[in-house]
Design a protein around this ligand. Structure first.
Ligand code: N01
Length: 532
């Protein structure tokens, strides 16, 4: 029998989390192997190549800060980077730090099983078995796509695409009748570009979404120079506000501001801020009255931009603004003024089925050559529960999490020793700038492994009570905000049958402080194989 390969750490995923984890492990003298199902690095930026894919966090913030030369030397082309340049950056980092040979590509992790006697994990991939002391799941928050089971979809004979696993070849929209289902960020970014050459584009909308113009453009050299002259301080300042993103902190309250001043402030933010629109006032995600002021400002903008009153009405959301992830666009609402674009509100005219060449609703049949699913993800948990992860006592993670994901700090899971998550459920992750949050987690995990090595420990597991207490805190914190007031992928309600648990932790600074406190107190809330 061939002996399984052995390493200290298996890292699952070669997105930004997996790349940095590998860099840290190599530098600290741990043996490791990264397993990646794609044929290249970049994670979300490898898969999401749909037209218009771009980041909604400014480029000078959506980048690594662990290496000063890297952040000084890399030049971002635009204020908000395109998928193409972000992927180039991920590849540049991998080559710059000579990481590529430590990554196995085109390989899916099928299962990982904990052996209690040995205190080791066996990771089974489509190619081989690897035995390791630690597993780091760098699997991403938005990587397991949601492919809805719409009646008849299997009969469709045209091109069937999903924004979350877009082909790597050029896709031609010219002269085609195109239907797109879903109106989240992916759809909102791609619709204006597809509409440029499609013969017809029909947008099937289940829930209208708020979107703010990105006002993207070339990087301003003066702004770049200014930020680069004090990059460390700039990063530190951003980390101190609730989302770890510049411009999203403000002490003024909308409910205490005169109407004309509010309108002026929102107009400025509409013209300049993208996601920072929600940073205009401190109470927008806390007070329903304040939120409604912002929501109605955006609804008025939609009605101003969209010519057809019925279409404008259907595009106006009625839920709390920001409760679903706010979208940022280029010409989204304007696109509905084009003669080849139409909107179908499927709450009023539901999709009945899909035939070999059409989408049929109660009232109409739409000829379709290309059907695009922009239907999002089994967010935050899907990438983990779709791997067969077996912890202590033969418990499967998918069963343990069936009634809602639980973790300690989004880092560890009780019953699954020596398994870490990067930006797991229960950490700020998707409610923060992902890059600094990834760096914070990777550094915390790396420091923990070094501490264990120095203190002669080989097994770490979070306790059930620490986990219960933390998840209760995550819940209570979310209930202080308006994030829990609508259906969203933050709380699993975008997917039928998924447990409705609010998964991200709201608040970067208190979270980072808690993580630091835990490690300073010899990893309070975790137990080790030898008493600590
Ligand atoms: O996915 P989504 P996404 N029948 O879940 C609809 C990040 N991101 O890929 O709202 C019909 O937001 C669903 O309807 P509803 C960002 O964090 C960032 O667009 O659930 N419709 C919704 O309209 C973002 O939030 C960037 O009622 C169905 C849409 O499909 C996250 O990724 C760019 C349906 C899915 O929207 C996910 O974005 C892109 C069904 N059965 C993505 N099932 C940037 O950086 C779902 N829908 C800018």
């Amino acid at each position: 029998m061939i002996k399984a390969k052995e390493v200290d750490v298996v890292v699952v995923g070669a997105g930004f989390a997996g790349i940095y984890m590998l860099y840290k492990l190599k530098n600290l003298g741990f043996t490791s192997r990264v397993i990646e199902r794609g044929d290249g690095v970049g994670g979300t930026w490898h898969w999401n190549r749909y037209p218009g894919a771009r980041c909604d966090i400014p480029s000078l913030q959506y980048s690594y800060q662990f290496d000063d030369e890297l952040q000084q030397e890399w030049e971002w082309e635009e204020k908000y980077s395109s998928q193409k340049q972000i992927l180039e950056y991920a590849n540049h980092v991998v080559d710059r730090f000579d990481l590529r040979n430590d990554i196995t590509f085109n390989t899916e992790v099928q299962s990982t099983t904990y052996n209690e006697e040995q205190g080791r994990w066996t990771v089974k991939t489509s190619q081989e078995e690897i035995v390791c002391s630690y597993c780091v799941m760098a699997t991403g928050c938005l990587s397991q796509v949601n492919e809805p089971n719409i009646p008849g979809i299997e009969n469709f004979k045209g091109e069937l695409l999903h924004t979350g696993k877009w082909p790597h070849s050029d896709i031609n929209f010219e002269g085609k009748n195109i239907s797109i289902i879903g109106t989240g960020s992916s759809s909102i970014q791609s619709i204006p570009i597809i509409a440029e050459s499609a013969k017809t584009l029909t947008v099937f909308q289940r829930t209208a979404n708020y979107s703010i113009p990105s006002n993207n453009g070339p990087m301003d050299p003066a702004e770049e120079a200014e930020i680069k002259s004090r990059y460390k301080e700039f990063r530190e300042e951003n980390w101190q506000n609730g989302f770890g993103i510049a411009g999203l902190a403000n002490e003024l309250l909308a409910t205490e501001t005169p109407d004309d001043e509010i309108k002026e402030t929102f107009s400025e933010h509409w013209d300049n801020s993208g996601l920072g629109f929600l940073g205009a006032y401190a109470d927008l995600m806390l007070d329903p009255n304040a939120n409604e002021i912002a929501a109605s400002f955006v609804r008025d903008k939609i009605k101003e931009i969209v010519n057809d009153p019925d279409t404008a009405d259907n595009l106006c959301p009625d839920h709390t603004i920001g409760c679903k992830r706010l979208c940022v666009d280029t010409d989204y609402y304007e696109t509905f003024n084009k003669p080849n674009v139409s909107l179908i509100n499927i709450k009023r005219d539901p999709i009945l089925d899909i035939t070999e060449n059409s989408v049929t609703t109660e009232k109409n049949e739409f000829e379709t050559d290309m059907l695009i699913l922009a239907t999002g993800f089994d967010a935050m948990t899907g990438a983990l529960t779709n791997i067969d992860i077996t912890g202590k006592n033969g418990n499967k993670l998918s069963e343990v999490w069936a009634n809602g994901a639980k973790s300690y700090l989004g880092l560890g899971i009780s019953g699954f020793p020596n398994l870490f998550m990067v930006t797991g459920p229960g950490s700020p992750s998707v409610l923060s700038n992902m890059l600094p949050s990834i760096e914070q987690h990777v550094e915390w995990i790396a420091n923990c492994l070094v501490w264990m090595r120095n203190n002669n420990k080989s097994i770490i597991e979070s306790t059930e009570s620490a986990e219960e207490e933390w998840m209760q805190h995550v819940k209570e914190t979310s209930e202080l905000t308006l994030y829990t007031t609508c259906n969203s992928w933050y709380n699993g309600s975008n997917l039928e049958g998924k447990s409705k648990t609010f998964l991200p932790y709201v608040g970067v600074p208190p979270y980072a402080e808690k993580c630091e406190e835990v490690s300073k107190e010899n990893y309070q809330g975790f137990v080790f194989d030898k008493s600590n």
